[in-house]
Design a protein around this ligand. Structure first.
Ligand code: 0RA
Length: 646
């Protein structure tokens, strides 16, 4: 009798839990953003976040991540282990509550220091709901406890399956094919990049990642171990990569202001770009927010005051603007906020008002001391600021030219552009083609109704190495602005890009399928990344993929995009084939180019996405910066796409 009552209450609880879980399965995007590659990888971040919380509380120093052979993922930590004791209110074990109740998380643990993220922090139960199966294993109190679930439903109550002297939690889950219909394949690169980032953001925490699907030349699984003894300043060092430093040591500080823990690391290099990366509770806030505003304010105020009192500005004939203080700056700002409010289009903009003053004060305090103690570095930085202000003066004029030109762009399109007849941007495509001859072929092969062609002459300007006014002076680049219908805002609105008049929703980079072509594609991508990042973020930028081979036998012809396909086709045709290796787009005739690369029915376009802003930044600066050998090697090995996650 009492048994039955117990059973009833158990199932009543389960039903309640299930409702929440059903909602997750019905509207997964509400919980994890989307159900594509991004959402898929998000599941891993969610599980790892729980272990990170445990580490932030000082209970755990190692996290292991495995991508298993069957594309399931295992996350293990050496924390306290999720409690398995009976949860009075819910009537089941605490572990089951954490795993099956939406929003339960670790909330019943009031002692631990926890901060929840934007998209992250939805709870491991969400991962459970979206997994075809999940196994939780807890080592605690001398025992191994275990529970398994299918699509979020517990298969049995928590049971003890052995003894253990260790402590910790191991979660293995396999995403559900019913939910993730486009892909179930985890990218090692994507996960490793995030684990590296997390290791830098959480110093003294070791994070290991292993891909059990692939072995290296020596027969070992692909694997990396990330660990940072000092945290953010090592992260800045890593991001700086091959850039030429202006000052010898990275400036770093750590402190707490008004209850907000603030960590900053920064340095200056000889480039003209600004690389600010900000994090709230380990989440990259791409859209910035109040903490970034605080950093800017602290930096500008302190540097300005120092420069003025030092007398170095006395001969300057114009005002220094905020931008000038950030030219050649690389900085990471990491704050922890108890109840973060995330705003903006991608919910990656911090809204908490109180954070601005906290960060600004922390940065001012730190910088004041640094400048006093390091007069040589201080002088170098101020000189750089003055140089930036001078160049900005010149750049303004060049930019105003672009603005004027794009304003008159009706009828004023570049002469080299072969436009399409359709003027609905949603349906229109523009191909940026390497070289005039390939441009000619593309022009013949295209569907002129919705496809525009714009040939680009040879290697376009490397914007990574050029000062801003040179970029806006460059004819090819001005043509791209005008052809796309994109204009640049004024100094006052921070030069925000205006893409409301964008004339094509597909901007396709089409280059030869060789190293030179890769290099040119990288140059163009670098331009988009540095000057039209909004276009990439909106998903408008693509790379065309021309075939590498034409396999012929009699009147049979088939194209191959890689060596494996070529072998397959050769075998299918029964050998005795002629193989043509396309060295460039120019070797194809118009019809071939249409069939293989431009016809929406048969082509493959690779959409460019930015997985990790920090990593993309590092890769572009490495690819396009001063140091040539690593660039060549990287392009040859990866044909550029590997780390840009096309
Ligand atoms: C709440 C309480 C306690 C541990 C955890 C949560 C915990 C959760 C996760 C998720 C992944 N790994 C984890 N490790 C621990 C323990 C409270 C105690 O032992 O006093």
């Amino acid at each position: 009798m009492s048994d039955e009552i117990k059973k009833d209450s158990y199932s009543a609880e389960s039903i309640q839990a299930l409702e929440g879980m059903e909602h997750v399965r019905k509207r997964p995007s509400m919980y994890i953003g989307d159900i594509g590659v991004r959402g898929l990888h998000h599941l891993v971040y969610e599980v790892v976040d729980n272990s990170i919380d445990e580490a932030m509380g000082g209970h755990c120093d190692t996290i292991d991540v495995w991508i298993n052979e069957d594309n399931s993922v295992t996350v293990k930590d050496n924390g306290r282990g999720i409690p398995v004791d009976h949860h009075k209110k819910e009537g089941v074990s605490a572990l089951e509550v954490v795993m099956t109740k939406i929003g339960a998380g670790g909330k019943f643990d009031k002692d631990s220091y926890k901060v929840s993220g934007g998209l992250h922090g939805v709870g491991v139960s969400v991962v459970n709901a979206l997994s075809i199966n999940l196994k939780a294993e807890v080592h605690r109190d001398g025992k191994v406890w275990q529970q398994e679930y299918e699509r979020g439903k517990a298969m049995y109550p928590v049971k003890s399956v052995g003894e253990s002297k260790e402590r910790g939690t191991i979660v293995t889950f396999k995403p559900d094919f019913e939910i993730f219909t486009s892909t179930l394949e985890f990218s090692y690169e994507t996960l490793a990049t995030r684990m590296r980032e997390l290791a830098y953001l959480n110093k003294k925490l070791r994070i290991n990642i292993t891909d059990k699907r692939t072995k290296d030349d020596e027969g070992n699984f692909i694997s990396e171990s990330f660990y940072s003894e000092i945290g953010l300043s090592e992260f800045v060092q890593y991001l700086e990569g091959t850039r030429e430093p202006l000052i010898s040591k990275i400036i770093s500080m750590e402190g707490e202001k008004q209850g907000v823990p603030v960590e900053v690391a920064m340095t200056y290099n000889t480039s003209y770009g600004e690389n600010l990366h900000s994090y709230v509770n380990n989440i990259n806030t791409h859209e910035g927010g109040t903490h970034l505003a605080g950093f800017r304010r602290g930096l500008t105020n302190t540097l300005k005051k120092y420069a003025e009192t030092s007398g170095q500005l006395d001969k300057l004939k114009f005002e220094i603007s905020g931008d000038d203080f950030r030219e050649g700056l690389t900085a990471i700002i990491s704050v922890k906020v108890q109840e973060p409010q995330f705003e903006g289009q991608t919910k990656t903009k911090l809204g908490n008002r109180e954070v601005t003053a906290a960060v600004s004060q922390a940065v001012s305090d730190m910088l004041e001391i640094y400048l006093e103690e390091n007069p040589n570095e201080a002088r170098i930085i101020v000189q750089k600021v003055i140089l930036a202000a001078t160049a900005r003066h010149a750049a303004r004029k060049a930019r105003e030219m672009v603005q004027r030109k794009s304003v008159m762009s009706i009828g004023g399109l570049p002469g080299k552009l072969s436009d399409c007849s359709n003027n609905d941007p949603v349906q229109s495509e523009i191909f940026l083609v390497e070289g005039d001859s390939a441009g000619g072929t593309a022009k013949q092969g295209r569907d002129r109704n919705f496809q525009a062609i714009m040939p680009l002459r040879g290697k376009i300007l490397n914007v990574e190495k050029a000062m801003q006014h040179r970029v806006f002076d460059n004819e090819e680049i001005r043509n791209i602005y005008t052809a796309l219908g994109v204009s640049i805002g004024t100094e006052e609105d921070n030069r925000a890009l205006n893409i409301s008049k964008l004339r094509y929703h597909k901007v396709v980079i089409m280059t030869d399928a060789d190293v030179d072509g890769s290099h040119i594609a990288t140059l163009i991508l670098t331009f988009f990344f540095r000057y039209m990042r909004e276009l990439i973020e909106a998903g408008y930028v693509y790379i065309a993929t021309p075939p590498l081979y034409l396999v012929k036998k009699g009147n049979k012809r088939e194209y191959a995009w890689n060596d494996q396909q070529r072998e397959q086709i050769t075998a299918q045709m029964g050998g005795g084939v002629t193989i043509q290796r396309y060295k460039g787009l120019g070797e194809m005739n118009a019809e071939q180019l249409w069939d293989t690369t431009m016809n929406p029915e048969f082509r493959t376009l690779r959409q460019i996405t930015i997985d990790s802003g920090t990593e993309a930044d590092r890769v572009f600066s490495m690819l396009m910066g001063e140091d040539v050998p690593p660039r060549r090697e990287f392009i040859e090995k990866n044909a550029i796409y590997a780390n840009i996650d096309a």
